[in-house]
Design a protein around this ligand. Structure first.
Ligand SMILES: *[C@@H]1O[C@H](CO)[C@@H](O)[C@H](O)[C@H]1NC(C)=O
Ligand SMILES: *[C@@H]1O[C@H](CO)[C@@H](O)[C@H](O)[C@H]1NC(C)=O
Length: 294
């Protein structure tokens, strides 16, 4: 009796270990591969640099797709004149009804602030932009940018400070992205038709190449091998019985009190644009906005 009890404690501890997983940063090539413009990649030890010039931008993609978990990377954005450029870092599923969680870093002229635009697509529909400035210069140093995703919420974090939460409101009839596995992507490209001051400031190619640097790649998420059928993925990646993913713990179902305070601070001091407040664009406020108030 005592032995079998001890055995089961040890067993559930072991199961816990494998399910919990341990986030530690990986080399780029373990998790990712170039998506386009291989010749615009520069590898310097643990650093990866992506270059944009008047010939091409560049982008990379994760080798696997994932359903729930946390993805982080450290990025140092384009120094000096970055006007017209966008560095994107996002998760996305495939197909016309895809889901997507975006960080888009909008460049600026030298000395003017970068903005970070976030967006959430659900079943192929986006139009949920928010824009914020940052409380540091993101071109001077590496900072960590993360997406936490579980059945209850999607949280965008900057140096572990939440800057946006997209909450599951399926009980109000609002679809929530939780059925499609997503890849992780990043790219740099020219978007001078809209990125800086609404497209007024064009990319100055005499300042090319524009370089974004990356390190500290971490994916602590439920991996979905291609061999697993779409209808089996939900089962594989949900916590049932002994199998508990850390992101499904009750404490992860909403922000902690401290995080809520951080989010209030960020919004009060750094929010530049929120689709929920854009009454010209949305005369009828999107339903989720009524509940996204903090
Ligand atoms: C760029 O700088 C200008 C001037 O400070 C600012 O109004 C704008 O919001 C900044 N960012 C973008 C993406 O235009
Ligand atoms: C790209 O920019 C360089 C440097 O400004 C210039 O010499 C070159 O002609 C440009 N090439 C194209 C295809 O625009």
């Amino acid at each position: 009796m005592a032995i079998s009890f001890r055995m089961s404690v040890v067993l559930s501890f072991l199961v816990g270990l494998t399910v919990l997983g341990f986030a530690s940063s990986a080399q780029f090539h373990e998790l990712f591969q170039p998506g386009w413009a291989n010749d615009h990649f520069v590898y310097e030890g643990e650093l990866l640099k992506l270059k944009l010039d008047n010939y091409s931008g560049a982008g990379f993609a994760s080798k696997s797709k994932y359903l729930f978990g946390k993805v982080s990377m450290q990025i140092k954005l384009v120094e000096g004149d970055s006007a017209g450029t966008v560095t994107a870092y996002y998760m996305s599923s495939d197909g016309p009804y895809h889901n997507e969680f975006d960080f888009e870093f909008l460049g600026n002229t030298t000395g003017e602030p970068y903005l970070v635009q976030t967006n959430v697509y659900v079943n192929g529909v986006g139009n949920r932009e928010q824009r914020m400035s940052l409380w540091f210069d993101p071109t001077k140093d590496f900072h960590s940018y993360s997406i936490l995703w579980n059945q209850r919420q999607v949280v965008f974090l900057v140096d572990d400070t939440p800057i946006r939460v997209h909450t599951n409101m399926e009980h109000k009839g609002i679809p929530f992205p939780k059925d499609q596995a997503m890849g992780v992507y990043s790219s740099i490209w020219n978007a001078d038709d809209w990125a800086t001051q609404g497209g007024l400031v064009k990319t100055d190619w005499s300042h090319a190449p524009f370089v974004a640097s990356y390190k500290g790649f971490e994916i602590d998420a439920c991996e979905c091998p291609v061999s697993v059928a779409a209808n089996e993925i939900g089962k594989k990646c949900s916590s049932t019985g002994e199998k508990r993913f850390w992101w499904d713990e009750p404490i992860m179902s909403e922000l902690s009190l401290h995080q809520s305070h951080q989010l209030v601070w960020v919004r009060a001091n750094h929010l530049v644009y929120d689709y929920c407040a854009d009454t010209a664009r949305f005369p009828v406020m999107p339903v989720e906005c009524e509940h996204h108030r903090h």
